[in-house]
Ligand binder design. Structure first.
Ligand SMILES: Nc1ncnc2c1ncn2[C@@H]1O[C@H](COP(=O)(O)OP(=O)(O)OP(=O)(O)O)[C@@H](O)[C@H]1O
Ligand SMILES: [Mg+2]
Length: 253
């Protein structure tokens, strides 16, 4: 049994198919990058893993069971549109996230609280936000808020981390810093990661595997007639794919 098992999943909105016949298995600790044209259903796939939606057909199992519908501590997420707690300082955003990961009440006391603050400060140092630890998110640029959202998702030490274009808003230098941070956190926690990206080289750099979502069937008269599926599953640990193949199958922007 694999850690994540997606079996013949279809997802439609109304009569419009978005995903069809999606099957994939993922082992614990794997880092899965997901690429594909805009609108092909990548975020939809993440929502299915998060159980925010139930598939129209097919089955998803995580650790042997259908994923819980309520958000739980096992799955951390950074959405395309990031979210942080606006009423808390940058540091407290991380402390709260860790506390939520630690227990349902979401509070830490005494030494545990001091330790969490120290870890928050360390994380802020690593992602270059130490100087704004006492500020509120509204005072931060979009890129800085995005970095905070990523650190926040990681602070709860989820078993599965779902990242939807997490580095899209960042400049190249910051992006590299975040790559290192994510790699370190993953090495420390052994978490399983699904990351949607529009940057192929990023997908291959960070991922163990790169899944390409695309439509197999295409009706020029009716472009919405068919959904997308996983057309390639590259092992990013051994070899790079022929570039032409990827050019053809993805629309990178
Ligand atoms: N709740 C919904 N109801 C109806 N249609 C939806 C819903 N959510 C998504 N869609 C449609 O499903 C398609 C796939 O959307 P999705 O956001 O999964 O694509 P994506 O691959 O993440 O695209 P992008 O790369 O632009 O983020 C889109 O055409 C979108 O309009
Ligand atoms: Mg998306």
């Amino acid at each position: 049994m694999s850690y994540v098992e997606v079996s013949n999943v279809f997802q439609s909105y109304g009569t419009r198919p978005i995903l069809e016949r999606v099957s994939v298995t993922v082992e614990k600790g794997e880092f899965i990058s997901i690429v594909g044209a805009s609108g092909c259903g990548k975020s939809t796939f993440l929502r299915l893993l998060l159980a925010q939606e139930r598939p129209t057909r097919g089955e998803i199992r995580i650790d042997g069971a259908p994923p819980a519908r309520e958000p739980d501590r096992d799955r951390g997420v950074v959405f395309q549109r990031y979210s942080v707690f606006p009423h808390m300082t940058v540091r407290d955003n991380l402390v709260a996230a860790e506390a939520l990961g630690a227990n349902a009440a979401g509070y830490l006391f005494g030494q545990a609280s001091r330790d969490a603050r120290a870890r928050a400060d360390l994380a802020l140092e690593r992602i270059g936000l130490a100087h704004v630890a006492a500020q509120y998110p509204a005072a931060l640029s979009g890129g800085m808020q995005q970095r905070l959202a990523i650190a926040q998702a990681l602070a709860a030490k989820p078993k599965i981390l779902l990242l939807d274009e997490p580095f899209g808003a960042l400049d190249p230098g910051t992006r590299l810093k975040m790559h290192d941070f994510l790699r370190d956190m993953r090495a420390e926690t052994g978490m399983t990661v699904f990351m949607v990206t529009h940057d192929l080289s990023e997908g291959f750099k960070l991922g163990d595997r790169v899944l390409v979502f695309d439509k197999i069937r295409w009706d020029p008269q009716n472009p919405e007639a068919y959904g997308a599926t996983i057309t390639y599953d590259f092992d990013a640990r051994v070899a790079l794919p022929p570039p032409a193949m990827l050019e053809e199958k993805t629309h990178v922007h």
